[in-house]
Design a protein around this ligand. Structure first.
Ligand code: NAD
Ligand code: UDP
Length: 317
């Protein structure tokens, strides 16, 4: 049994990670300020003596705790949320990473950063391998997230080189699944909720931009495998599903799978919205023996079933 700290553990991905770690027999401390996370996301773990929930903002130093591993997930990930208070978003990525790294340094824990495909920006290399440095606007509305995450990667590598902290960096590509908020604002949850409510499906731009969608269970498996690698393998490593879809294709798939009467409407494309996104997962295959196993149709089926239960909750989406 390991003692494991998960920042952002009450969020969408964090709650799945905490559940997996508890099921594997570990002791888990979940740290969250509930900005986009919810206590309900980890309600099923509350009675477990190996689970602790701590309300804490990671822009403040983490309490000293004897932990073996830290997963640093705290950071809003959906554009409307991370752009709501952009300075707090950068503070969360940069200061939150430093605090996770400082704790890892003090107690000699291994620490993983939840980085993102957004560090590639609007990529002009396709698909994106880890060696690609990216094409990121430093001064746009997405920059607080993209540059915050890029700086976090720098900090992780510098703590590794300077202090020999055992670090891991995963670059996560668009991930969806149960426990996303109905009003999360990201495309898969938006389309599923809109379709189930028979409300207009909002495609931003012409719908020809692409994303590669990964189901959350595949991501959790990839992160666990990465944490277990030898100390000399730091990453960054891409974790994503290489099947690439146009946003309009996704919309039509969701309408068909839900049997919705929703119409598709086209709205303005947000500033700096990346045109394409597809992971090159050769490194994950080689180093982690990992590749995704759940394809979009199966993941959507599970997500639609989940949101059918949630849909009685009123929302503005
Ligand atoms: P999420 O918004 O559901 O989860 C983020 C969690 O962090 C929430 O519980 C939120 O309350 C918490 N948080 C935010 N600011 C905090 C702060 N200052 N102090 C403490 N807690 C704070 O998003 P998610 O999709 O679960 O993403 C989790 C992590 O994975 C994020 O770091 C995100 O950048 C990264 N990621 C996610 C995706 C994706 O597609 N879901 C893709 C790339 C990277
Ligand atoms: N998108 C859309 N309709 C929505 C939400 C998002 O067409 O209701 C588009 C968005 O403009 C982007 C893609 O879907 O091109 C993925 O958006 P998301 O916010 O999920 O992820 P990110 O842009 O961060 O990859």
């Amino acid at each position: 049994m390991k003692n494991i700290l998960v920042t952002g553990g009450a969020g969408f991905i964090g709650s799945h990670l905490c559940t997996r770690l508890i099921n594997d027999g570990h002791h888990v401390v979940c740290v969250d300020n509930f900005f986009t996370g919810r206590e309900e996301n980890v309600a099923h773990l509350r009675g477990n003596r190996r689970f602790e929930l701590l309300r804490h903002d990671v822009t403040w130093p983490l309490p000293l705790a004897k932990v073996d591993e830290i997963y640093n997930l705290a950071c809003p990930a959906s554009p409307p949320y991370y752009q709501n208070d952009p300075i707090q978003t950068t503070r969360t990525s940069v200061l939150g990473s430093m605090h996770a790294l400082d704790l890892a340094h003090q107690v000699k824990a291994k620490v993983m950063q939840a980085s993102t495909s957004e560090i590639y920006g609007d990529p002009d290399v396709h698909p994106q391998p880890e060696a690609y440095w990216g094409n990121v606007n430093t001064v746009g509305p997405r920059s607080c997230y993209d540059e915050g995450k890029r700086c976090a990667e720098t900090l992780f590598m510098d703590y590794y080189r300077q202090y020999h902290v055992r670090i891991k960096i995963v670059r996560i590509f668009n991930t969806y699944g149960e426990r996303m908020l109905p009003d999360d604002g990201r495309v898969v949850s938006n389309f599923v909720v809109q379709a189930l409510r028979n409300r207009p499906i909002t495609i931003y731009g012409d719908g020809n931009q692409t994303r590669s969608f990964q189901y959350v269970d595949d991501l959790i498996e990839g992160m666990m495998r990465m944490m277990a690698t030898d100390d000399d393998f730091t990453g960054p490593v891409n974790i994503g599903n290489p099947r690439e879809f146009r946003v309009e294709e996704l919309a039509r798939k969701v309408v068909a799978m839900t049997g919705s009467s929703s119409e598709i409407v086209f709205e303005p494309l947000p500033v700096d919205d990346p045109r394409q996104r597809q992971p090159d997962i050769s490194l994950a295959k080689e180093k982690l023996g990992w590749q995704p196993t759940i394809q979009l149709e199966e993941g959507l089926r599970r997500m639609i079933a989940y949101f059918k239960q949630q849909i009685s909750i009123p929302s503005t989406v």
